[in-house]
Design a protein around this ligand. Structure first.
Ligand SMILES: Nc1ncnc2c1ncn2[C@@H]1O[C@H](COP(=O)(O)OP(=O)(O)OP(=O)(O)O)[C@@H](O)[C@H]1O
Ligand SMILES: [Mg+2]
Length: 238
């Protein structure tokens, strides 16, 4: 069974969005999926409640209050973790996972906080590298909005491209990650498609292809990484 956890000490960076989208992706692939919500806000469980009957089933566990008893046949256990988890609570949580995905918003504050969080995870020994694999996903990166266009015009006049600006925002984090050999696996754009899917208990993978083409392309490197051995610690395959 794959055990994948979405986490970041920062709130609102997309933990639940990535958890529900991953769960619905694997369910669509015919996999047996359990979505465990460790956040007492229960956002993942709310999403599951809205899930239409005709969608492939996902088994939910309100893990903030119930024990995580996973059926034997489970292929994927996706875990959604609350913001602000630190100390012993964080240690206990991360030890449940083989693969950790950290979504990070494209603001300097969020990026600095993510670096601190990863530092806490790795260097303070919350996780053991042989037992856990870790990746970072940039989330809600703006593209093609009116605001972006006007920013882009200003930047163009300064001979800086918006893409460069985005890359520059993440560059320090990227350097920090590469020193720690942590992959920066994917960049997901800011898109109404996530809100649309969220309110309906589905993922972007369930929406009409023509609507979500760009989003699906952006998920590709993350899904590939999750398929590869690089995302599975040796202790989990032994
Ligand atoms: N790529 C995206 N494009 C547009 N909206 C997004 C995207 N990712 C997340 N959101 C929206 O941002 C808000 C916060 O996302 P989400 O709830 O997934 O974050 P979270 O890390 O789980 O937050 P919390 O720390 O409160 O649990 C939600 O309203 C969600 O729909
Ligand atoms: Mg959440």
């Amino acid at each position: 069974m794959r055990k994948i956890m979405l986490l970041n000490a920062k709130g609102g960076c997309g933990k639940t969005t990535l958890a529900t989208n991953l769960a619905s992706y694997y369910a669509l692939q015919g996999k047996s999926v359990v979505l465990a919500d460790f956040d007492r806000q229960g956002s993942s469980m709310d999403w599951l409640e809205a899930r239409p009957q005709d969608r492939p089933p996902i088994h939910g566990i309100a893990a903030w209050r119930d024990p995580v008893r996973v059926p034997r046949s489970t292929d994927y256990l996706i875990m959604d973790v609350p913001a602000g988890s630190h100390g012993a609570e964080l240690t206990a949580l991360v030890r449940r996972a083989h693969t950790l995905i950290i979504p990070v918003l494209p603001s300097p504050t969020d990026i600095r906080a993510a670096a601190h969080f990863i530092h806490e995870l790795l260097l303070v020994g919350k996780i053991v590298r042989d037992e856990t694999r870790l990746a970072v996903v940039a989330n809600r990166v703006r593209e093609n909005t009116t605001m972006q266009n006007s920013i882009e015009n200003v930047l163009n006049s300064m001979k800086i491209s918006y893409a460069t600006l985005n890359t520059q925002i993440y560059r320090n984090l990227e350097r920090f990650l590469s020193r720690l050999k942590i992959p920066f696996v994917a960049t997901l754009r800011e898109s109404q498609n996530y809100l649309l899917a969220d309110t309906r208990g589905i993922g972007v993978f369930d929406l009409s292809r023509s609507h979500v083409q760009r989003d699906l392309e952006q998920w590709e490197p993350l899904l590939k990484w999750l398929e590869s051995k690089r995302s599975i610690p040796e202790s989990a395959t032994a």
